[in-house]
Write a protein that binds this ligand. Sequence first.
Ligand SMILES: Nc1nc2c(ncn2[C@@H]2O[C@H](COP(=O)(O)OP(=O)(O)O)[C@@H](O)[C@H]2O)c(=O)[nH]1
Ligand SMILES: Nc1ncnc2c1ncn2[C@@H]1O[C@H](COP(=O)(O)OP(=O)(O)O)[C@@H](O)[C@H]1O
Length: 238
Amino acid sequence: MGLQTVFRAVIMGAPGSGKGTVSSRIAQSFALKHLSSGDMLRANIEAKTGKTAPALSSHTISDLGLLMKSCIDQGQLVPDDVISRLVLSSLRGLEQTSWLLDGFPRTVAQADALDSVYDVDSVINLDVPSQTIRERLTSRWVHLPSGRVYNIDFNPPKKPGLDDVTGEPLIQRDDDSPETVSRRLKDYERQTQPVLEYYRSKGVLETFSGTETNKIWPHVHAFLARKIPGNQQAMGKA
Ligand SMILES: Nc1nc2c(ncn2[C@@H]2O[C@H](COP(=O)(O)OP(=O)(O)O)[C@@H](O)[C@H]2O)c(=O)[nH]1
Ligand SMILES: Nc1ncnc2c1ncn2[C@@H]1O[C@H](COP(=O)(O)OP(=O)(O)O)[C@@H](O)[C@H]1O
């Protein structure tokens, strides 16, 4: 393949605003690599705390894995240096790849860390009311190994409780309990809203407001179709 322009995007929005759902549609329609900080953290914790390797002794449980797990379980952000190292290391080697970052940056310190390595071309901001979010998250089911997301009302799995692709069991995230969701929404306002200002002042922020992903998605698609070089539009249909 010849020279092509690399496109770097970030998707932002409160927990439950539909970042994961919209990201997988973007990844299908455009040739972008989808990187989710939450998925990275959960995969890292599974590996580090040996949940997937029950034969390991408790000595193999790393302090870092436990720290990340306790932050997530309590609905708190993990420390900036920990998540920045994790995400930036996964971006290493992707200099020639177009990507979409989902869930990072969530603080201005993280945005600065990203900015020191890459310029972001566009930031997609999903603006969904808190009440809508609360309703959605109580019925979110996930397939942890892949990050695939379901919802009892919106996109139920073909067989109740099982992942469509692997047939493995789905779980509800501990941090999707109503109390923890409230905390995450508050932290979002306090810590992540300033990141929106950060990108607005750089002129790269594009906000999409609504209560339904199916109504928001065509606008996101049209926006990206204008922004992304033609040779990277995989199927190109909304
Ligand atoms: N009822 C409803 N649920 C939705 C809609 N869009 C996404 N969801 C569900 O809401 C939950 C949160 O969406 P997700 O993409 O995981 O959001 P994220 O936390 O921002 O990544 C998931 O269970 C989705 O399946 C929608 O338009 N209506
Ligand atoms: N950029 C980040 N900075 C700090 N913590 C993060 C970051 N991304 C994810 N986390 C941790 O992982 C949890 C789940 O994140 P995520 O899967 O992105 O949630 P959601 O999709 O519901 O917004 C967060 O509540 C937080 O504890």
